[in-house]
Structures are given as C-alpha cells and as structure tokens.
Design a protein around this ligand. Structure first.
Ligand code: HAM
Length: 456
C-alpha cells in the first residue's frame, strides 16, 4: 500500500462510510477506558514510573502524529505496520501525517532533533502513550491501544540489553504477572552477517515459492527474515527446516548474544532461545526478545523489543547504538484480571454526607470542604431528598461511613456518624466531626496530595 494514501475504511470493517446517526458508537477496535478500569492504568503507570526512575530513565512524550516518513523510514516500508496498519492522512497543505503506531521511531526522531547526542550517553527515556494501528480487531488487538516502553540510546553493550530485559521483567513482576510469560530470545545479526544469511535464506526458498502463503511470497521478495515467523502451517514447516540464522552470525554477534545470555543467567532471568523470533519491525539488529503468554504463545505477546543499532543513523543522526522495549497495556490488564490481581482502588469514597433542611445544607458545605482538604474522600448529597433516600444513595456508593445532619442535630450543634458496615451510629459534637471521621478511617488511609510540598 502507498503509505501516503489516506486510509479508506472498508464496508466490511466499519459499515457505511457515510454520515452516521445518533446514538454514536466508538469505531471498531477503539474503546473508552471506563472508571472501573482506570485503577489498572493508574497502578501500571505508577509501577512503570517508579521502576524507570529507579533505573535512571526520564519520561518523554512524543506527538500523537508525526510526518509519515518518520515511520516509513524507521519501521520499514515492507513491515506489516507500515504497509497495512498505519492511520495516514493529509493535513490542509497536503503533507502526509500518521498517527503513531509505535514510539521508537518518534523517540529516535526526537533524540536527533533535540541534540540529545550531546547529553551524557546513554540517554534513557520511557513513555506511556496511546498508539494506533489499523489491524483487524480481535481479543488483545485494538486499533487504539496503550503501550509503556523505554529506550536506551547511545551505547552498545550486552549488559544494557540484559538490563532493559530485566527492567521489563521487574515491571511484570511488580504487576503480579511475570510468571504467566516466558521470555523468548534471539539474535538477528547485524549489517555484516545478516545480508549473507538473507541470501542463503532466499536460495533455500528458491523453487519452494508455491508452498508459501500470499504474505510470505511478498516477504520473500521484500523482507525474507519475516518468512521465519509466519503463523501459516505450510510456511512454518518450511521455516523449521530453513537454515538457522544462529549458524551464520558473525563472531561479534555470536559473542554479543552469548554475553547477553550470560548476564540474564547471572540475574536469574530465564529465557528460551527462539530461532524464528525476528520481530515485525525492520530496525532491529542483534538482540530481539518478546514475552510470550505461556499458554497462548506468540498470539498475545505482552511486549517485545531489542537492539536497533542502525536506526539513529538511518533517520539522519550520527551512528548511534540503542535498544528498547514496549509492552501492550490492555494485554497486561487482561492478564492481571485473569490472575485476579487486586490493585489499590483510590476512587472509593470514605464518607457520604446526608442532610436535611436549608440550615443543615449551609453547615454541610464547609464541612465537606474541610473533610476533603484533610484527605477524606467525601460525597455530599446536596440535592433535595428525604434522609431515607439519601441513605439508600450512601449504600449504593458503598461508603464505610455516613454523616447525617438533620434538623435536630443542627439545633443541638451535633452530627451523627453512621458506620455503614454494621448499621450502628453515634452522635458527636459538630466541630469534632472531622477528627472523629479521621479516627475511624485511619490516618494512613487518607487521600492527601500537596503540590506545594512536592515543588519545594
Ligand atoms: P511491538 O511488538 O510492535 O513493538 O509492540 C509491543 C507490544 O504492544 C506488543 O507486544 C503488544 O503487547 C502491544 N500491541 C501491539 N499492537 C497492538 C494492538 N493492535 N493492540 C493491542 N496491543 C498491541 C513495538 O512497538 C516496538 N516499538 C518495541 C520496541 C521499543 N522496540 C525497541 N524499543
């Protein structure tokens, strides 16, 4: 496909391309992240930020769209992503732009554009971003999806590859799902040894073209390495008996691969050598890896990455080695849900304030403000409604405590604290309400954030 041509949605995928009628729906493969799922994203972002910071990585956000050439050149024109999956459109001046299908190419563009080669190397960057691929939607495969990832640019050493893998592994461990995935590892050689192997591979497939699927016939011409990871049965049979890249690596790549593995062993990270792992993006050199679901295999890889020593130069910078990793956040969340991993629910309310009458409402407003200020997550039913209706509402919000201020309490200067789990209640002086509530919730459970404290 000409990557500069805007994508035209086909009928089979999207229904009519004409005007839609309300009520509207999201496009296929695109989802709302509803409140009940936000806690997973928040938790994951916290884990990623924490582990990346510990390892010296700094956060970067590249634009949601870039000039199309950033991706065509970076990821490779013959890759599935560029040839079939990009959301490409033209701006008002006819320039071709693309929603980012991945972040590595954009991060490298930014590294060059912002002169980061002048900083202390390696430059270590991480991101947590939405991405867009016009893939056929199915379980774990969406058209808008989130990735977290990190890139280590400016140095080449097997220890760095191992460290990137370890960082990914640590994050999966923190999220409680590391055990579900197996690290698949391979080396796909470098500019010295790979061309020779590709010729050997082409020779092997010569005369066998008829047994290949349509995609592989195209790959044989444009990107023969991808023949090795085709999922079609006939292609797999051939791939299994095809010459192995491992047997044709140059001495440097062999040594590099050996060292990466030794470092991983040293850190107690188990892996499986996978000779047909080549990755779907063209920029890789030497180390490539993916985390595969132990039951589903490659189908639902949770994440992948590798070394890309030629990319910075390919994109117009100086020759600069690099490596990185990215993981699919929706797939991780699906795994966490499967494993019934519990994540902290910060949205749960502590207190519901019920009131009756204008005087009570007047007193409740500053009370609610003070509760919130001191870290108590508070919901006030300030609309009209009988106390009974408000109590039913409190039940629905599943609050542990309700404060009740009726006509009598206003007159007596008191307030009722109701423990919703046991249904008991006590009356306390109004001015003690906040302290009494905090005593019950516990200081450590308060929701406090003081921006000024952080800034100082
Ligand atoms: P990737 O293998 O294309 O690598 O994507 C990484 C992860 O993103 C996948 O393993 C998967 O979990 C998730 N993912 C990809 N496509 C989709 C989709 N359509 N729906 C849901 N999840 C998806 C990269 O993107 C490279 N940039 C990784 C990298 C960083 N290499 C070096 N540095």
């Amino acid at each position: 496909m000409d990557s500069k041509k805007p994508i035209v949605m086909d009928d089979e995928d999207e229904g009519s391309t004409g005007p839609l009628k309300p009520p509207y729906q999201t496009p296929k493969g695109v989802h709302d992240i509803l409140p009940h799922d936000q806690k997973f994203y928040t938790f994951m972002k916290k884990v990623v930020r924490h582990r990346c910071r510990q390892a010296g990585f700094k956060r970067i956000t590249t634009p949601i769209f870039e000039f199309t050439d950033v991706f065509t050149r970076g990821i490779g024109a013959s890759s599935d992503i560029v040839s079939k999956e990009m959301y490409t459109f033209q701006d008002r001046k006819g320039r071709s732009l693309t929603l980012k299908p991945e972040s590595t190419a954009g991060v490298v563009r930014s590294y060059i554009q912002n002169g980061m080669q002048n900083l202390a190397q390696p430059v270590e960057l991480y991101y947590i971003e939405p991405h867009f691929r016009y893939d056929r939607p199915q379980k774990g495969r969406y058209r808008m999806f989130w990735q977290f990832g990190f890139e280590c640019i400016g140095e080449s050493d097997p220890a760095l590859d191992a460290q990137v893998i370890q960082l990914a592994h640590t994050i999966l461990k923190d999220l409680g799902i590391a055990e579900l995935f197996q690290l698949q590892l391979n080396s796909i050689g470098c500019e010295v040894c790979r061309p020779n192997y590709i010729q050997i591979l082409r020779d092997f497939y010569f005369g066998k073209e008829r047994s290949l699927c349509a995609d592989c016939k195209y790959r044989l011409e444009k990107n023969p390495l991808r023949l090795l990871d085709c999922k079609e049965e006939d292609c797999q049979i051939l791939a299994q008996i095809a010459p192995k890249l491992a047997d044709y690596l140059c001495t440097e790549c062999k040594e590099y691969d050996k060292n990466v593995k030794e470092f991983l062993e040293e850190m107690g990270i188990s892996f499986k050598q996978n000779n047909s792992l080549v990755r779907g993006l063209d920029y890789y050199t030497k180390t490539v890896f993916e985390f595969w679901d132990k039951t589903d295999g490659a189908q639902n890889a949770i994440g992948g990455g590798g070394r890309y020593d030629g990319l910075v130069e390919l994109m117009g910078g100086q020759k600069t080695p690099a490596c990185g990793f990215a993981a699919g956040m929706e797939r991780i969340i699906a795994a966490m849900k499967r494993e019934k991993i519990r994540v902290p629910e910060k949205d749960d309310l502590h207190v519901f304030v019920a009131q009756l009458g204008d005087e009570a409402k007047k007193k409740c407003l500053p009370l609610i403000a003070e509760l919130r200020e001191r870290g108590v997550r508070t919901m006030g039913a300030l609309g009209k409604g009988a106390i009974k209706t408000q109590m039913r509402l409190a039940d629905k919000f599943k609050v542990p405590y309700t404060l009740i201020l009726g006509l009598t309490e206003v007159r007596e200067g008191t307030i009722i604290i109701r423990d919703m789990s046991v249904g008991t209640q006590v009356t306390v002086p109004f001015e003690k309400a906040v302290d009494e509530v905090i005593k019950r919730i516990g200081e450590k459970n308060l929701d406090r954030f003081s921006p000024t404290e952080v800034i100082v």
